[in-house]
Design a protein around this ligand. Structure first.
Ligand SMILES: NC(=O)c1ccc[n+]([C@@H]2O[C@H](COP(=O)([O-])OP(=O)(O)OC[C@H]3O[C@@H](n4cnc5c(N)ncnc54)[C@H](O)[C@@H]3O)[C@@H](O)[C@H]2O)c1
Ligand SMILES: O=P(O)(O)OC[C@@H](O)[C@@H](O)[C@H](O)[C@H](O)CO
Length: 375
């Protein structure tokens, strides 16, 4: 049996990559939490088994899945041992967008790669499954910056970085869920890149292997994630707690449609995609909290909103939904809606954050004035 390694033993991994891998068969997965031992401890107490609950609009379907091993992130010995395993072929990551910066993440991955090189472990493929454009390319750049010249040379010869688009709405668990993970029926995985040491037959479960993920990526990040981010800030201020509740509010829905009209120009099959998003988000049995989506907006907004906003500004437009979103975000950072969690934007730094969000935005005096005027 070949081996996969995963970093970020959270809900999404258990609903997505672990599900695709179980469907493919023939591979096992050792997974590490980021830091806290809680999920690893809970899984180890039940033989690394957990229930995946696929929650449709009318009923649930339960499936039992099993990991080969679950480790707390602090177990460095296990981390290095897993990287050195000769049958390791694929490493996946779901570590949140905020983790992709110089520091702990690239250091940890470079330590693993060094262990593999020093034991002649052979080639390996790294797959970022976080919501970032060019996620494989971003990961490659971070690790390369962290590596010394000898490791860099080894990486160039032995490591493949795959770009992916991942999609399956998987809310944070509630205490009542225990180790069970609730997810929606819809799922998508699009991948581009090489697998020099082989890979699970994820296509058995519907994964698609393409030359370039860019068209899928823009559609997902701008329409789904951008729409989520709009609802998260504007919807929270209007008293909504979940996506299903916010999207049923005619004001939020109207703003969302306006933003989609702005963002979807030139995106493939955008009309069909928008219809399917509204169906998915209307599933009120999925309790996807706006507070979860609102976290780390200073990392998410530049990816999900700024590209379409810049395009509009270049064409002389000042889209109202983007202004309202940025104004609602600044109020969120002041603690006016849901509890604040933004790694890169602590409370109290709002004007500085908005002005430094993106150099090109900060230079846009009309936009900044409109946002502050809307506060
Ligand atoms: N939940 C979804 O619906 C969904 C869908 C598509 C993509 N994603 C991607 O997956 C990510 C994780 O989502 P989730 O629902 O599993 O969240 P989660 O909170 O359940 O799990 C996040 C995991 O990442 C780890 N982590 C956090 N910061 C880290 C760091 N700096 N270094 C290493 N590990 C770190 C945490 O310890 C945890 O194990 C999202 O941020 C997103 O990029 C999620
Ligand atoms: O998971 P995050 O924090 O990157 O973003 C919140 C949501 O927009 C996101 O999780 C979507 O639900 C997901 O990307 C759907 O596939």
């Amino acid at each position: 049996m070949s081996r996969m390694l995963h970093l970020g033993l959270g809900n999404f991994f258990r609903a997505h990559q672990a599900w695709y891998t179980a469907a493919a068969g023939g591979w096992d997965i050792a997974a590490f939490t980021g830091r806290s031992p809680a999920v690893a401890d809970a899984l180890n107490a039940q033989g690394c088994r957990y229930t995946l609950i696929t929650r449709g609009p009318s009923h649930d379907t339960d499936q039992e899945l099993t990991l080969a091993a679950a480790y707390p992130g602090a177990d460095d010995a296990a981390w290095l041992r897993e990287w050195a395993a000769p049958d390791l072929a694929v490493v996946t990551l779901t570590v949140t967008e905020a983790a992709y910066r110089p520091g702990p993440l690239p250091r940890r991955l470079a330590a693993g790669l060094t262990a593999r090189r020093d034991t002649n472990g052979g080639p390996v493929t790294l797959i970022s499954c976080d919501n970032l454009p060019g996620n494989g390319t971003v990961l490659a750049r971070l690790i390369t910056q962290e590596a010394d010249p000898a490791l860099r040379e080894w990486i160039a010869a032995n490591v493949s970085f795959v770009d992916t688009v991942v999609d399956r709405i998987t809310p944070a668990s509630t205490p009542a869920d225990g180790t069970a993970v609730v997810t929606e029926p819809f799922t998508e995985w699009v991948l581009a890149g090489d697998f020099p040491a082989g890979r699970p037959a994820w296509e058995e479960a519907g994964a698609r292997f393409v030359d370039d993920v860019a068209p899928y990526e823009q559609r997902k990040l701008w329409l789904l994630n951008g729409g989520h981010t709009l609802l998260a800030y504007v919807g929270s201020l209007r008293g909504h707690i979940t996506v299903a509740s916010a999207v049923a509010d005619p004001y939020c829905r109207g703003l969302l449609e306006q933003w989609w009209d702005e963002a979807d120009a030139r995106l493939p099959e955008a009309g069909v995609y928008r219809t399917s998003l509204l169906e998915r988000w209307s599933n009120a049995r999925i309790e996807h909290r706006l507070a979860q989506i609102a976290a780390d907006g200073s990392v998410k907004i530049p990816v999900r909103i700024v590209p379409a906003l810049l395009r509009a500004r270049a064409e002389g437009r000042l889209p109202r939904p983007a202004v309202e979103l940025l104004a609602a975000w600044t109020r969120h950072l002041r603690g006016e809606s849901v509890p604040v969690r933004d790694t890169a934007a602590p409370t109290g730094a709002v004007p500085v954050v908005l002005r430094s969000l993106d150099e090109r935005l900060a230079a846009d005096e009309e936009l900044v004035a409109a946002v502050f005027g809307a506060l």
